[in-house]
Design a protein around this ligand. Structure first.
Ligand SMILES: NC(=O)c1ccc[n+]([C@@H]2O[C@H](COP(=O)([O-])OP(=O)(O)OC[C@H]3O[C@@H](n4cnc5c(N)ncnc54)[C@H](O)[C@@H]3O)[C@@H](O)[C@H]2O)c1
Ligand SMILES: NCCCC=O
Ligand code: NA
Length: 503
């Protein structure tokens, strides 16, 4: 059963605030194309208020309430947030499924991951206390040195719609654990659960201004955040085009950025695999999250010896995927997030066709669904490496296929891309898997699987997939600044200049 979407305002300084310009825009359920609520539209005026609130949160009580409180104090809030999220897991999962079209089982799984991520960074916040003043060994015994890890300051967090609350959490949890104050700007296409995170923060009594949440459009709310002189860092997840704009804006103030961008990740399937196991991982690698995952392994590179049989088997697996309203029991593929994205995905498919590729399976709206932005899982063959479908990120349930005969050729195909986020290799020869993993130009390599993701392990890409790593300890380092403190400990004078007292 669908839920009523709560009506919320912007979350600034620990309170709900109407946007200064009082604008709102509608939320569309992509499965029904119906308007199910609306969200506030922030502009630069609201960004100014939120940044000022975040600054106050950092310096309140000389920083003792947050930025320089012990990690253990901050961990209590993170754990309280995790507990509330867990309490509301099913409701939040439903809201997210209605907002972005993700199958309910996946959405609930994501919300569990959200709670797990807050818990994980609560542990790391506590661990941070013990890491302070770590000694640095120096080659001169007349000096000693140690390192302080301090919060970077006020951070702007800009996130996409494909994992609305999880992508926000990958940034919010480590930023708060580090002692930063943050302004989160979720995607205008799926903001409902991020506004519910605001309600959770209110309920657990997070100090005002520590986390501010501004919904709104990219150019109106995201851009003024990225270029704001009082924001110390921007962490961004989204498309490569927007990432490049954010980097340009931040460069004007030499503001650090971390960028998690798009991908066109390969999956290499060798000839020695169990066909069904490999086919299921290949389908999951590309069609999970309705194919809208940055790390989707959307280029299948399969050994020519098994190609025909493997692709036939894969088509059978995909025909078995239940496509329905995300709230329907057993749904495994929901709609594309919006009308705009739906049109883009269909255009990719028609361009592939016009360039000479074969749409082997899918490529159209499922017959049984007359409304909603649904596209069947699509498999495209007869692809060349110069075709758009091989080179560009579709961000939809579209897999393209090429064959190879040698390991070298497979790697060449896999690495022939501007992107470098994920990659997968499927083979029963584990030595080969290790060898191939080393050669793959990607930030994440999966062996005999594709997509599983754990908040303890680093996440991020190379090349045009961005830089910096989220999750794990690397995720916390994103929000910490390193200060060396060096002390002269000898009683002897320094003795570089002639002392005037000896004249
Ligand atoms: N690498 C990863 O971990 C990862 C994870 C999820 C999604 N993605 C990528 O995200 C993309 C899909 O997400 P999307 O469509 O939401 O991306 P997008 O770039 O359109 O939007 C991302 C965010 O940036 C904001 N934005 C847009 N223009 C802006 C501007 N000029 N200044 C500041 N902010 C602006 C948007 O409002 C949104 O909040 C895909 O390319 C996907 O690969 C990457
Ligand atoms: N499993 C989370 C993947 C995030 C990227 O889109
Ligand atoms: Na939506």
């Amino acid at each position: 059963m669908a839920l009523q979407v709560p009506s919320r305002q912007l979350f600034i300084d620990g309170e709900w605030r109407e946007p200064v310009l009082k604008n709102r825009f509608p939320i569309v359920n992509p499965a029904t194309e119906q308007i199910i609520g609306d969200i506030p539209a922030a502009t630069s005026e609201d960004v100014d208020l939120a940044v000022a609130a975040a600054r106050r949160a950092l310096s309140r009580n000389k920083g003792k309430d947050w930025a320089s409180a012990s990690g253990a104090v901050r961990a209590k809030y993170l754990r309280a947030i995790a507990a509330k999220i867990t309490e509301r897991k099913t409701e939040l999962g439903k809201l997210e499924a209605m907002d972005c079209g993700k199958p309910l089982d996946e959405a609930v799984w994501d919300i569990e991951d959200v709670a797990g991520c807050f818990e994980y960074y609560a542990d790391l916040a506590e661990g941070l206390d013990a890491k302070q003043k770590a000694a640095v060994s120096l080659p001169m015994e007349t000096f000693k040195s140690y390192v302080l890890k301090e919060p970077i300051g006020v951070v702007g967090l800009i996130t996409p719609w494909n994992y609305p609350l999880l992508m926000a959490t990958w940034k919010v949890a480590p930023a708060l654990a580090a002692g930063c104050a943050a302004i989160l700007k979720p995607s205008e296409l799926a903001s409902i659960t991020c506004l519910e995170l605001a309600e959770v923060c209110r309920e657990v009594g997070l100090p005002p201004g520590v986390l501010n949440i501004l919904t709104g459009l990219g150019p109106e709310a995201g851009a003024p955040l990225a270029s704001h002189p009082n924001v110390d860092k921007i962490a961004f997840t989204g498309s490569t085009t927007t990432g490049s704009k954010i980097m340009t804006a931040a460069a004007q103030m030499v503001k650090p950025v971390s960028l998690e961008l798009g991908g066109k990740s390969p999956i290499i399937v060798f000839e020695d695999v169990d066909l069904d196991k490999a086919a299921e991982w290949t389908a999951f690698g590309c069609f999970w999250t309705n194919g809208q995952i940055c790390s989707a392994t959307s280029r299948l590179i399969v050994h020519e010896k098994i190609a025909k049989e493997f692709v036939d088997r894969l088509v059978k697996w995909t025909k078995n995927i239940k496509i329905s309203d995300p709230l329907e029991e057993g749904c495994r593929l929901g709609p594309i997030v919006s009308g705009g994205q739906y049109e883009k995905v269909l255009k990719f498919i028609s361009t592939a066709k016009s360039e000479g590729a074969t749409i082997l399976s899918g490529g159209v709206r499922p017959e049984h669904l007359k409304k909603g932005f649904f596209v069947e899982p699509t498999i495209i063959t007869d692809v060349t490496t110069s075709m758009q479908i091989w080179r560009e990120e579709v961000f939809g349930p579209v897999l393209c296929v090429k064959t190879f005969s040698t390991e070298e050729e497979a790697l060449e195909l896999a690495n022939d891309t501007h992107y470098g986020l994920g990659a997968a290799v499927i083979s029963n020869d584990l030595e080969r898997c290790d060898r191939v993993s080393k050669e793959l130009q990607a930030g994440i390599v999966w062996i005999n699987c594709s997509q599983p993701c754990f908040c303890q392990a680093p996440w991020g890409g190379n090349k045009r997939s961005g830089f910096g790593r989220e999750l794990g300890e690397w995720g916390l380092e994103n929000y910490l600044s390193v200060k060396q403190v060096t002390q002269y400990i000898s009683d002897e004078p320094w003795g570089w200049y002639s002392s005037p007292s000896k004249l």
